[in-house]
Design a protein around this ligand. Structure first.
Ligand code: AMP
Length: 197
């Protein structure tokens, strides 16, 4: 099974991806995590990416698509993939379609986690507090100003992929305002029916 988790920043994609990894033996591919690893390593890409990420903008499509292309054949991806934070533009979605077709890895579906934007600032502040309490570093793009830009980017550049997948009959919406367990149950229900189909 290969699925995409789609939703605005703070929708809970990362949390659900981790749960799905455990339950279904899938591999989470988070482009945000990969980019943060580049930033931490101080690589040339990391240095360029940090500035863009701190503004809340998107990294150019070619860079992201190359990053994903380099992962699809890894052995840990053979049991299926959860794409988390990718694709974020229609061009990325089209590139993913071609890559998956070429590799004979069909897309099982796209799970859209639907949340009310007003709770996202609240969730962001919770995430910051929890990181601080755990003695972890707070993400440099986790602040209210950058969140505003990230939401605008989501509305303008990422949301257009919703009709793209809807028209292909691949979209499944879940209520992201529910509890973590309840959202996980909704997604599991979808995956089980997709597995049975
Ligand atoms: P995330 O951890 O998914 O919220 O991503 C953090 C930041 O990394 C985003 O705000 C973007 O700047 C960048 N990023 C992550 N994934 C992508 C992507 N698929 N396309 C472009 N930029 C991305």
């Amino acid at each position: 099974m290969n699925i995409i988790l789609l939703g605005p920043p703070g929708a809970g994609k990362g949390t659900q991806a981790k749960l799905l990894e455990e339950k279904f033996g899938l591999k989470q591919l988070s482009t945000g995590d990969m980019l943060r690893a580049e930033v931490a390593s101080g690589s040339e890409l990391g240095q360029k990416a940090k500035e863009i990420m701190d503004r809340g903008d998107l990294i150019p499509d070619e860079i992201i698509v190359d990053m994903i292309a380099g992962c699809l054949d890894k052995p840990e991806c053979s049991g299926g993939i959860i794409f988390d934070g990718f694709p974020r533009t229609v061009d990325q979605a089209q590139a993913l379609d071609s890559m998956l077709e070429e590799k004979g890895k069909p897309l099982t579906g796209v799970v859209q986690i639907v949340v009310d934007e007003t709770v996202l600032v609240e969730r962001l502040n919770t995430r910051i507090r929890q990181a601080q309490e755990a003695g972890e570093e707070v993400r440099s793009d986790d602040n209210e100003d950058t969140l505003k830009s990230r939401l605008e980017v989501y509305r303008n550049q990422t949301a257009p992929i919703i009709p793209y997948y809807q028209s292909e009959g691949q979209l499944f919406k879940v209520d992201g305002m529910a509890t973590i367990e309840d959202v996980a149950e909704q997604i599991e229900g979808f995956l089980k029916s997709a597995q049975a189909a």
